[in-house]
Design a protein around this ligand. Structure first.
Ligand code: GLY
Ligand code: MN
Ligand code: MN
Length: 548
């Protein structure tokens, strides 16, 4: 027994995986086909699974797959790599366009951390080729055959992991030679990735290679913008020279110098992001179905809390009711840390402490989203803890509501993200002017400091191009007003924070508010808050009486 206890403390905890995919092999084959169509000629894309992240000591965070990797694979386990090829590759079994590398079976590690999969089982997700991760090390040596190796920039956040081996029945803890850390190291070596690589400088070089007499001003502006983000770029001779006034034949020379600097590089840290944004901003029917479910679950959370809430509840308890509802419906997680902020806490945009215990008659801002098979909702309701809006709370609430209503209705194909933001901003500004909270429309930015809308999907802030709205986008519409203490207005407005956030499917027939089931207008909220809660009989013992 003693040995067993020692063993438990020696092995680090590895907490499960992202929920497995619910989508079919056909879905992922289609996604990878769409991806391939957007790939440059003779290119290859290499994507890695997310690292395991350490929480403290020997406890890791629950594993969450990298959303781009999950989007293209549906594969939920760590220490894996995906390669997609633009052109057909051949081996002894014929032609293939993609290959995934996954951890090998290992009875001992599986006893601790759960099942790994046979290659045949992984193949059920529709890959052309499935291999053990050890093969990636040799296959990566062939990447110099391609015109372009598309990848995401390396982030310096991967731990070298340990594993266990047995020799003569003795167990040894050793560096895992095939973990993500080592797989990426092999990849870096294979593509000659420089230790001092600067992505922004590389991006500037790419732009310079595209410069001509027509676009030179735009390219110079873009390069100047990149320099503003990282002044180190000014130490780069090519970039510094490029930003000087152009002399005759300047562009030819700048391009020649840049081409020379790039001569040994066939990797590309830019194109993959833009392909993923193009693909992920438009949802497939399967994705919309999962998002609808995630949103519906989140809506039930809001409704149940509206019925259960009373002023003696704590922010933490409110959070717990939402998250309990999520689990009840099979959502494995939240898409982002839950925000439950009463009064002044509602004015902190990313408040996640959720530790206030005394809510009185304050407004409680609840921004939460269930993550269902990877897809996350993002729904916010703001309601009075005592069930009745005060005069000031109601006046501000009405402005946010009207702003949101207008923006939802304007979420039509062809309208731009910028235009619906402007519409919502103008309504907030007009409302604040009328209440005497501001004197100029431009001051509204102080009380409505964030954007109106973003895509949702596998990320709560899903990638996209943020131009015009298109059919089958799923976006949030989330105006807000936040008036922290000591703001330059009548103190009666202080400590009121309001956001109303809904998830909207854009269709050719107009917007569909997927979260409309959770009341939004103040009358419906007050009415629902009077209804009996399913939790009314859920009474737990007084805890102090149980402490020995
Ligand atoms: N919950 C994060 C957001 O609303 O964007
Ligand atoms: Mn949002
Ligand atoms: Mn939100």
């Amino acid at each position: 027994m003693k040995n067993l206890i020692v063993l438990v403390f020696l092995l680090s905890f590895f907490y499960g995986h992202t929920q497995k995919s619910k989508l079919s092999a056909e879905h992922y084959q289609n996604v990878r086909k769409s991806f391939r169509q957007k790939m440059p000629d003779h290119s290859v894309a290499v994507l890695f699974s997310a690292p395991i992240r350490n929480r403290a000591n020997d406890v890791d965070y629950i594993y969450h797959q990298d959303p781009n990797f999950f989007y293209l694979t549906g594969w939920h386990q760590p220490h894996s790599v995906l390669i997609i090829y633009k052109d057909a590759q051949t081996d002894g079994s014929g032609v293939y366009y993609d290959k995934i590398y996954v951890p090998e079976r290992n009875d001992y590690m599986e006893m601790w951390n759960g099942k790994r999969y046979d290659l045949e089982e992984v193949k059920e997700l529709g890959f052309d080729r499935v291999a053990e991760r050890v093969d990636f090390k040799s296959d990566s040596q062939t990447l110099d055959h391609f015109d372009k190796v598309m990848m995401f920039e390396f982030k310096n956040d991967i731990r070298n992991q340990k594993t266990y081996i047995f020799k003569d029945n003795v167990r040894y803890k050793v560096d895992d030679p095939l973990d993500l850390f080592d797989l990426k190291a092999a990849f870096r070596e294979a593509i000659n990735f420089p230790n001092d690589f600067n992505r922004l400088a590389y991006k500037a070089y790419q732009r310079i290679m595209e410069v001509d007499q027509e676009n030179h001003q735009a390219v110079r502006d873009e390069v100047a913008y990149l320099v503003k983000q990282d002044s180190l770029l000014l130490e780069d001779e090519i970039i510094k020279d490029f930003l000087k006034d152009p002399a005759q034949d300047f562009y030819k020379e700048a391009k020649m110098k840049t081409a020379y600097a790039l001569r040994n590089i066939n990797f590309d840290t830019e194109t993959l992001s833009s392909i993923m944004a193009d693909l992920r901003e438009i949802k497939t029917k399967n994705e919309v179905d999962l998002l609808k479910k995630a949103v519906a679950i989140s809506v039930v959370g809001q409704i149940e809390v509206m019925k259960a809430m009373h002023p003696e509840m704590s922010e933490r308890e409110i959070q717990g009711i939402h998250e309990f509802v999520y689990r009840k419906y099979g959502a494995a997680d939240e898409g982002y840390p839950s925000i439950v902020g009463a009064g002044e806490n509602g004015c902190v945009l990313h408040y996640i402490e959720n530790d206030k215990e005394d809510l009185h008659n304050q407004l409680v801002l609840m921004d939460l989203g269930a993550e269902y098979y990877g897809y996350t909702a993002d729904v916010t309701r703001t309601i009075p803890a005592n069930g009745v809006f005060s005069v000031e709370q109601k006046a501000l609430y009405e402005i946010v509501y009207n702003s949101q209503e207008a923006a939802i209705n304007a979420s039509q194909v062809g309208n731009s993200f910028r235009s619906i933001y402007k519409l919502s901003y103008d309504i907030v500004a007009e409302g604040l002017l009328q209440l005497g909270i501001i004197d100029e429309a431009s001051e509204a930015r102080k009380y409505y400091p964030h954007g109106l809308s973003h895509h949702i999907g596998l990320d709560v802030h899903d990638p996209g191009n943020y131009g015009d709205l298109k059919t089958d986008m799923v976006i949030t519409i989330e105006p807000g007003i936040y008036i922290p203490e000591n703001s330059p207005c009548d103190p009666k407005w202080w400590n009121i924070g309001i956001r109303i956030e809904d998830d909207v499917l854009v269709t050719s027939e107009g917007p569909i508010n997927l979260s409309a089931g959770a009341p939004r207008d103040w009358e419906s909220i007050e009415l629902l808050m009077k209804e009996e809660s399913a939790l009314k009989d859920f009474v737990l013992p007084e805890i102090n009486s149980l402490i020995q």
